[in-house]
Design a protein around this ligand. Structure first.
Ligand code: ADP
Length: 492
C-alpha cells in the first residue's frame, strides 16, 4: 500500500486489549479494515463479542479496586503527563494510522498534534484540582458539619466515532483517568488502530493493567457495553440515532450517560461581515475532514445584499480544494470514511437538485485516476436551499454546503434555530451588539463569532436539544466522571 506504514500496521491481526494484555477474541472472529483512499487491506481487527465485553468489564471492575485505587491525584497526573510525552514522541505514526485507516489527509492528521497534547496535559492538570465543598446547613437541633467528597464514578464504557479516532480516544480516556475511573473503550469499526495503540501507550505510561481496555468491533459490541450491568457510565459520541438506542439500553441499570451527538449547525453571515475572513473560514467550516465533523457549519445563512457574492466565493473556494488520497501531502479533502458513508453522501448529492436546490459546484462522485478505488466526492455547494429540503435538515456528514439567503436579524436566528439539533453555530458581523444578540438567541452549545471551529480543552463543548447533553472540555469534562458523596458529621 505504501512504504510509510507505521510500525503498528505490521500485517498481524489486531487483538483486544483486556487486563493489560493483547488477547484474541473468544470466538476468534475478525473483520477487515480497508483504506478509504485506495480500497486496500489495512489490517484484520478482532471482533469483540459479548464474552469479550464481559472479560473487559471484569478486568476494569477488578482494576478499580486494585493498585489504581491507591494512586494519588498527583500520581494520576504524572501518568497522564507521561502519556502525553509518549503520544508526542509517536505522534507522526499515530497520525498516519488515522490517515491510512479513516482517510483524514496526512497534513491535517499531523496538524492535530497540538490539540491532542493540549487535551491530555490540560486534563492531567485537572487530576489534582478535583475537590468537594463545605456547605453550611440549617439542620435543627444538632450541630452538624456537611461537606462533599468527589469519587470516581466507576467503570466507564466509552463508545467513540470514526471521524477523529485518536482525538476521541484521548478525549474519553484522559478525563476518566484523571477522575480515577477505569475504562472499556469501543472504537468505531472504521477506525480501530489509533485507539488500540493509544491504549497500549497508556500501559507504557504506567497506567496499571485493566484500567484501560479496548474492545474493537461493530455496533453490537457497543450495544453489549451499553447494556452491560457492570458498567457505571456510558460516554458516547456519535449519531443521534445510535445515541437514542444507547440511552434506552442504559436504562436497565440506570447508568450515567453523556451524549455528544450530531448537528446541522447554522452559520450566519450578515451583510456587514468581513467577507475576507468569513468566506474561507465558513468554507473550511463545511469541508474540513471531508465534512465529517459533528459541528460542521453546513447551513450557511447569508444576508441578501452579499448573498450572490458569498455563494460565488464559497463555490470558488470549494472548487479550488485539492481532493486526493489521504497520504498525499497536497491533499486538502480526502475520501469519505467508508462505502456506507460514500453511498449516503452521494444520495444527498443526487437529492439536492431533485429537491430544487441550485448546484453551484461539485455534486459528483470522483472516480478518475488515483481516486478510482476510493470513496471520493467533490466539495459541493448548493444555493437557494429551502429550509424544508432534506439537504438542509439531515446531517449529511460529507463536504456539502447548503447556502440560503435571509432578510434581517430575526429571520436569520429563527431559521438558524429551526432544527432538532443544537451543537454549534457561527455569526459573522462587524457589529458587536448584533453579534451578542445573536449569541443569546442561538440555541446551541457553542457559538463562534467571526470565527468557526475554535476548540480548546479548557472550553466546554456539547449539545443543546437533540445534539446531546453533558459537556466535554472545561471543568465539566472531568466532573462527568465523578460521583458526589455528601458527608454529615456531628460537631457538638
Ligand atoms: P455512524 O453511523 O456514523 O457509524 P454511529 O453513531 O452508529 O455512527 O457510530 C458511533 C459508534 O457507536 C461506533 O463505535 C459504533 O460502532 C457504535 N454503535 C453503533 N451502533 C451501536 C449500538 N446499537 N449500540 C452501541 N454502540 C453502537
Amino acid at each position: 500500500m505504501t512504504d510509510i506504514r507505521p510500525a503498528f500496521i505490521d500485517g498481524k491481526p489486531k487483538q483486544l486489549l483486556i487486563g493489560g494484555r493483547f488477547v484474541d477474541p473468544v470466538a476468534g472472529e475478525r473483520f477487515a479494515s480497508t483504506s478509504p483512499s485506495t480500497g486496500e487491506h489495512v489490517a484484520d481487527i478482532a471482533l469483540a463479542g459479548e464474552e469479550d465485553v464481559d472479560r473487559a468489564v471484569a478486568a476494569a471492575r477488578a482494576a478499580l479496586d486494585g493498585p489504581w485505587s491507591r494512586f494519588t491525584p498527583a500520581e494520576r497526573q504524572a501518568v497522564l503527563l507521561r502519556l502525553a510525552d509518549l503520544v508526542d514522541a509517536e505522534f507522526d505514526d499515530l497520525a498516519l494510522l488515522d490517515c491510512i485507516e479513516m482517510g483524514r489527509p496526512i497534513t491535517a492528521s499531523r496538524g492535530l498534534r497540538s490539540m491532542v497534547l493540549r487535551v491530555i496535559r490540560h486534563i492531567a492538570g485537572q487530576a489534582t484540582a478535583i475537590h468537594g465543598e463545605t456547605l453550611g446547613n440549617s439542620f435543627p437541633g444538632t450541630e452538624l458539619m456537611s461537606f462533599t467528597l468527589r469519587e470516581p464514578i466507576g467503570v466507564v464504557g466509552a463508545i467513540i466515532p470514526w471521524n477523529g479516532p485518536l482525538f476521541s480516544a484521548a478525549w474519553k480516556i484522559a478525563p476518566a483517568l484523571a477522575a480515577g475511573c477505569t475504562v472499556v473503550l469501543k472504537p468505531a469499526e472504521d477506525a480501530s488502530l489509533s485507539p488500540l495503540r493509544f491504549g497500549q501507550l497508556c500501559l507504557e505510561a504506567g497506567v496499571p493493567e485493566g484500567v484501560v481496555n479496548i474492545v474493537t468491533g461493530m455496533g453490537a459490541t457497543g450495544a453489549a457495553l451499553a447494556s452491560h450491568p457492570g458498567i457505571d457510565k456510558i460516554s458516547f459520541t456519535g449519531s443521534c440515532e445510535t445515541g437514542q438506542k444507547i440511552i434506552a439500553m442504559s436504562a436497565g441499570t440506570v447508568k450515567r450517560v453523556t451524549m455528544e451527538l450530531g448537528g446541522k449547525s447554522p452559520n450566519i453571515i450578515f451583510a456587514d461581515a468581513d467577507l475576507d475572513l468569513a468566506v474561507p473560514a465558513s468554507a473550511i467550516g463545511v469541508f474540513n475532514n471531508s465534512g465529517q465533523v459533528c459541528a460542521a457549519g453546513t447551513r450557511l445563512f447569508v444576508e441578501r445584499p452579499v448573498y450572490d457574492e458569498v455563494v460565488a466565493r464559497i463555490a470558488a473556494f470549494a472548487g479550488a480544494l485539492k481532493v486526493g488520497p489521504s497520504l498525499d501531502p497536497e491533499t486538502q479533502v480526502g475520501p469519505l470514511v467508508s462505502a456506507k458513508q460514500y453511498a449516503r453522501v452521494a444520495s444527498f448529492l443526487d437529492e439536492g437538485p431533485r429537491e430544487g436546490a441550485r448546484l453551484v459546484t461539485g455534486g459528483a462522485r470522483l472516480t478518475e485516476g488515483a481516486l478510482a478505488n476510493g470513496h471520493f466526492v467533490a466539495p459541493t455547494v448548493f444555493a437557494d436551499v429551502g429550509d424544508d429540503m432534506r439537504i438542509a435538515r439531515e446531517e449529511i456528514f460529507g463536504p456539502v454546503a447548503s447556502i440560503m439567503p435571509f432578510d434581517g436579524f430575526d429571520e436569520a436566528v429563527d431559521r438558524a434555530n429551526a432544527t432538532r439539533f443544537g451543537l454549534a453555530g457561527g455569526v459573522w458581523t462587524r457589529d458587536i451588539t448584533k453579534a451578542l444578540a445573536a449569541v443569546k438567541r442561538i440555541k446551541a452549545g457553542t457559538v463562534w463569532v467571526n470565527h468557526y471551529f475554535a476548540m480548546d480543552p479548557a472550553v466546554p463543548f456539547g449539545g443543546y436539544k437533540m445534539s446531546g447533553f453533558g459537556r466535554e472540555g472545561g471543568f465539566e469534562h472531568v466532573e462527568n466522571y465523578l460521583n458526589t458523596k455528601a458527608v454529615w458529621v456531628r460537631t457538638s
